[in-house]
Ligand binder design. Structure first.
Ligand SMILES: [Zn+2]
Length: 426
């Protein structure tokens, strides 16, 4: 099952191997129990997945659990985030969840330490204390950050496995990342599609899809009718206005398919969270945490998908490392630029690139600043470069380093050029 993981390389991590593992003679139940009760485990996220994960880990026998979440409890969370009640609305998710599980288990040896804040508030030393990190997050940015942080720790000291769960409606996935050994979160970034956006001219003039009509109502019509007022997706009147407005637009263009739920989906860009899917994925994540800590069984290698929307289907496969991964890879990403591109056009292009997906890039070469967003005085010095042609700023084959203030890593792009010197007429 896990024969493609190099067992020798992870042996320091799994000091003993369990009764159902590949080398059963070396399993010792006392060691397993000791590991379970002494390991420090970090849970990131105390929302839909996080509530399940905390409850499972505590009931499984972990005694030293830490939990981080920056959010407060909203009334709309209460249908699935079962550690919270209406009296908790407005309070910290991490603090309320930790208190609830601690009180419910009533075990003097169980310690759940909450932190109400961002994962970025904590430094490397803080993360080094954990044996495993389990993520139940809904943010790609936060996952990229913790992944890059754990890979950088694992390069110089002990490997800290990252178990990542995610759900979307009736679908979900769990994965085990052994930083520096197996593929990391960033390696498979291209599996995540950036949010679908539609060209404004299509929305304004030539709608073809129901989504175009909803975007028109949201982006163009709403600000005209309600200048300065923010659309509130939890307010039924706002939603009704958005729906009828999109529907009349669709009728005018003979487009079918505008419904209230599609309207909500497009304007909020959300898929409803389902408690039972969270339970399935959280269970898988916690079983992997248990196996990693006790070494009782082979671990997931390395990505499990669960799909409950079209009958039921699960599938496990091994994601491989990407050589051009900016976090754990060794080579840069090759980018073909058009000769006529300005630096700004190049930046627009890489922001959209599926392997890059950086929102606020600053660009440098080994020797010069191409464009820096911060500090302000360097921004003003480098800003004129944005309108210059890229091929006047760098040579073919040059490396560009791209950084983003939200990510603890830098991407290496290797740029070559093609095409005419002037923008071709369409
Ligand atoms: Zn990677």
């Amino acid at each position: 099952m896990s024969d493609s993981i190099d067992l020798l390389s992870i042996r320091p991590l799994l000091d003993t191997i369990g009764p159902y593992n590949e080398i059963p003679d070396e399993y010792n139940s006392k060691d397993a129990l000791n590991a379970l009760i002494t390991s420090k485990i970090l849970v990131i996220g105390a929302g839909g997945l996080g509530c399940e994960i905390l409850k499972n880990l505590a009931l499984t026998g972990f005694k030293d659990i830490h939990v981080i979440d920056m959010d407060t409890i909203d009334i709309s969370n209460l249908n699935r985030q079962f550690l919270f009640g209406s009296k908790d609305v407005g309070k910290s998710k991490a603090e309320v969840a930790a208190k609830f599980v601690t009180q419910r288990l009533n075990d003097p040896n169980l310690h759940i330490t909450p932190y109400f804040g961002k994962i970025q508030d904590k430094d490397i030393e803080y993360y080094k204390q954990f044996s495993v990190v389990v993520c139940g997050l809904d943010s790609v940015e936060a996952r990229r950050w913790i992944n890059a942080t754990l890979v950088s720790i694992s390069e110089t000291s002990d490997i800290i496995p990252l178990i990542d769960g995610g759900t979307e409606g009736l679908r979900g996935q769990s994965r085990v990342i052994l930083p520096t050994i197996s593929s990391c979160y960033e390696c498979s970034l291209d599996l995540i599609s950036p949010r679908t956006t539609y060209p404004v001219c299509t929305i304004a003039n030539t709608p073809r899809l129901p989504e175009h009509c909803i975007e028109w109502a949201s982006v163009i019509r709403w600000p005209q009718v309600f200048p300065g007022q923010k659309f509130d997706a939890d307010n039924p009147e706002d939603v009704e206005w958005m729906y009828t407005s999109a529907l009349s637009r669709a009728n005018a263009f003979g487009i079918d398919g505008v419904t209230k739920s599609l309207t909500l989906g497009v304007v909020k860009n959300i898929i409803p969270a389902i408690a039972s899917t969270n339970a399935v994925i959280a269970a898988s994540c916690c079983n992997e945490a248990f196996k990693l800590i006790t070494n009782s069984n082979p671990i997931l290698n390395n990505y499990m998908t669960y799909s409950g929307d079209d009958s039921i289907f699960t599938f496990t496969f091994e994601l491989s490392k990407r050589k051009t991964c900016p976090v754990c890879g060794i080579v840069g990403i090759s980018i073909m630029a058009q000769n006529w591109w300005s630096l700004q056009q190049f930046i627009d292009e890489i922001t959209e690139n599926k392997e890059v997906q950086i929102k606020q890039p600053s660009l440098t070469t080994g020797s010069t600043y191409l464009y820096l967003r911060n500090p302000p005085h360097l921004e003003s010095i480098t800003k004129p470069n944005l309108s210059k042609k890229l091929n006047t700023l760098i040579k073919p084959g040059d490396e560009i380093l791209v950084t983003d203030p939200n990510l603890p890593m830098s991407l290496k792009l290797i740029v070559s050029f093609e095409g005419p010197e002037n923008e071709p007429l369409q």
